[in-house]
Design a protein around this ligand. Structure first.
Ligand SMILES: Nc1ncnc2c1ncn2[C@@H]1O[C@H](COP(=O)(O)OP(=O)(O)OP(=O)(O)O)[C@@H](O)[C@H]1O
Length: 598
């Protein structure tokens, strides 16, 4: 859930933080620096042409237009020159906008790719702590905010060029009158300062409201079943309407502020500048005649001076947005919460499938141990079952073997070697995991079994499906193995999804098989059907099985009973029943009294 107090959007960045963030974002533009430099040079050329064009008109007015008999050829010459200048300006303007926008887009694309790459390197603990919605919003919304951020730089560069060149032109036209028109400058600076301060608050509020709106939408979509089941629609709708309303009012504030401060005030300042200039030129005219062309050029320069102001201010308002988005993105890049490290250079292979846990202790948060001094061995081909009440640490044990989390002390050995000594690919290939909630990808059944491993042939897929007895239902589908799988496999039953994931696991022929409540979603009939297959699968493989239904693990070579992260009992099914301990109680609770040995 989005916590209002913790939201990064509510934090106003100091100037030092802003500079630091910009400095860190700039290297992303490095591969495209040539485009940016050319775009900036073009922006300079556009500003120069912008100054030269009024000069041309000024020259024409003061040297030719004042005479009643200007030859047509001169008129055409100046018209032609002006037109060519305007065309040149348009070409450079196009080049500047195009090159800069392409550079900015490429930079965004690069940031997105690097971000996505980085996300896949992060460990599970990062994903435990960060809601999926928030990660999606970083890769999509935040990178989009960066677009405005980069555009602002161009707008600023173009604006500064435009204003500076206009100022130089004004000074070269009339120094005194230029100083007089600059009387308005402090007021302008005050408006910019005020706008920047007020707009960042308004935009921040808008961002926060939007973020809450997104959280509400994603929460209600993810929990749609629970919402409908518990008739929460009204409450969710009311909450959504309130958040939406807050967002609307935040936008109203923004519209009010922009409507007042952007164009009207800047236009007013421009008009005042023109009035001052014309007034002073008028006073000067009492002493000596003032050329009309000079007045025309000066008024044009005042326009060029004020014109970039509103677009610069407009982008300034989203500047904070871009900075905050950058900070959020940089936080992902800075995250050191990586997947546990493996020795990627080693050539070690898992050939036997022997698993040993030696004094393994583990905690998710570094404070509270969820596994304490875990010791057990699974010999090649053996099946070891983990049982225990909910929260006792069964899944955590498997999470360590799958290297989803790094453990704090002890050792996990595979075929006698430290698990860290194997390259990640070898572990993933030789240790097959079937999860409680099988996840299917968009595509078809074959691609979900093959998992984009080109070494796996269509025959392999068929054999794997037959092995887990998924072939019957797959072949009855309209397109068989090429039947479509939509997102998360929503069109298949829990049991069917489970069977597909079984086939996916066995097709790679792993040495070690890990089944986490693998039969939880399968009805009794299907379960009976696949229990045989599971036994077959386990025969040649080392298996570590989590099961709540104790009847399914009676044949295990060893059963480990966990409680509060410790193994409190171990032995075969019969040995444990004879102990009359926790396993015995659990077994009886499941209504299995008849088979309990006396
Ligand atoms: N990602 C996590 N972050 C922090 N704590 C966790 C995480 N996953 C599990 N835990 C905690 O670790 C302890 C052991 O959980 P674990 O999932 O291993 O139990 P389990 O025996 O598999 O339970 P169940 O049978 O309900 O699946 C619990 O107290 C749980 O709250």
């Amino acid at each position: 859930m989005q916590n209002k107090k913790e939201s990064i959007w509510s934090h106003t960045m100091t100037v030092k933080e802003q500079f630091h963030t910009i400095k860190r974002m700039l290297p992303f533009t490095k591969p495209f620096w040539k485009q940016f430099v050319v775009a900036i040079i073009f922006a300079g050329i556009v500003s120069v042409i912008n100054i030269l064009l009024p000069r041309l008109i000024q020259y024409y007015m003061d040297h030719f237009l004042v005479h009643s008999s200007t030859p047509l050829s001169i008129m055409f010459l100046f018209a032609g020159l002006y037109f060519m200048g305007a065309i040149l300006q348009a070409i450079f303007q196009f080049g500047q906008t195009f090159l800069y926008a392409m550079g900015a887009e490429r930079t965004l694309e690069r940031v997105r790719v690097l971000l996505f790459r980085k996300l896949h390197k992060l460990g599970m603990s990062y994903f435990d702590a960060t809601p999926a919605g928030s990660i999606v919003s970083r890769v999509t919304n935040d990178t989009m905010s960066l677009q405005d951020f980069w555009t602002l730089f161009l707008t600023l560069i173009v604006g500064v060029f435009g204003m500076a060149s206009a100022l130089v032109a004004m000074f070269t036209t009339n120094v005194k009158i230029t100083w007089a028109t600059l009387v308005l400058l402090p007021f302008l600076v005050f408006i910019i300062w005020f706008y920047q301060k007020y707009s960042s608050t308004v935009y921040r509020r808008m961002r926060e409201n939007l973020s809450q709106l997104n959280t509400k939408i994603s929460e209600s979509l993810v929990g749609i079943r629970v919402i409908q089941q518990f008739r929460q629609e009204k409450r969710i709708e009311t909450e959504f309407e309130k958040t939406n309303n807050d967002y609307l009012f935040a936008r109203f504030s923004m519209i009010r502020m922009n409507s007042l401060l952007l164009n009207p005030i800047i236009n007013l300042m421009y008009a005042l500048g023109v009035v001052i200039a014309l007034g002073l030129f008028g006073i000067n005219a009492f002493k000596e005649p003032v050329a009309a062309g000079v007045i025309y050029a000066f008024v044009s320069y005042i326009d060029s001076f004020y014109n970039p102001m509103s677009s610069m201010m407009d982008y300034l308002s989203t500047f904070q947005d871009g900075l905050v988005a950058s900070t959020r993105i940089l936080r992902i890049f800075d995250n050191e919460n990586y997947q546990p490290k493996q020795n990627e250079k080693s050539n070690l292979e898992i050939t036997e499938g022997k698993i040993e846990f030696k004094h393994v202790t583990f905690s998710y948060d570094g404070k509270n141990n969820v596994l304490n001094d875990i010791n057990f061995t699974v010999n090649p081909g053996e099946t070891v079952a983990l049982v225990g009440s909910t929260g006792s640490g069964k899944s955590s044990t498997i999470n360590l073997l799958m290297r989803f989390y790094e453990f704090q002390s002890g050792q996990i050995l595979v075929d006698g070697h430290d698990i860290r000594e194997y390259p990640a690919a070898e572990l993933r290939k030789k240790i097959g995991l079937v999860l409680q909630e099988p996840f299917l990808f968009y595509g078809d059944i074959a691609s979900n079994i093959r998992m984009y491993n080109d070494e796996i042939t269509d025959d392999d897929i068929r054999r794997a499906a037959q092995f887990v007895q998924a072939d019957h239902f797959i072949e009855e589908l309209p397109n068989g193995y090429h039947n479509k799988v939509i997102e998360r496999g929503a069109e298949y039953s829990g049991g069917q999804r489970q069977l597909i994931s079984f086939a996916r696991t066995v097709v790679g022929d792993p040495k070690v098989l890990i089944l986490d409540e693998a039969t939880a979603h399968i009805d009794t009939e299907t379960e009976d059907m696949i229990q045989g297959s599971l036994r077959k699968m386990s025969q040649s493989r080392t298996s570590l099985v989590i099961a709540h239904r104790l009847s399914t693990i009676q044949d295990a070579n060893q059963i480990l009973v966990l409680k509060h992260g410790r193994i409190i009992e171990r032995g075969t099914h019969d040995e444990l029943l004879a102990k009359h301990g926790m396993y015995f109680d659990m077994y009886q609770l499941q209504g299995n009294t008849k088979t309990v040995p006396s």
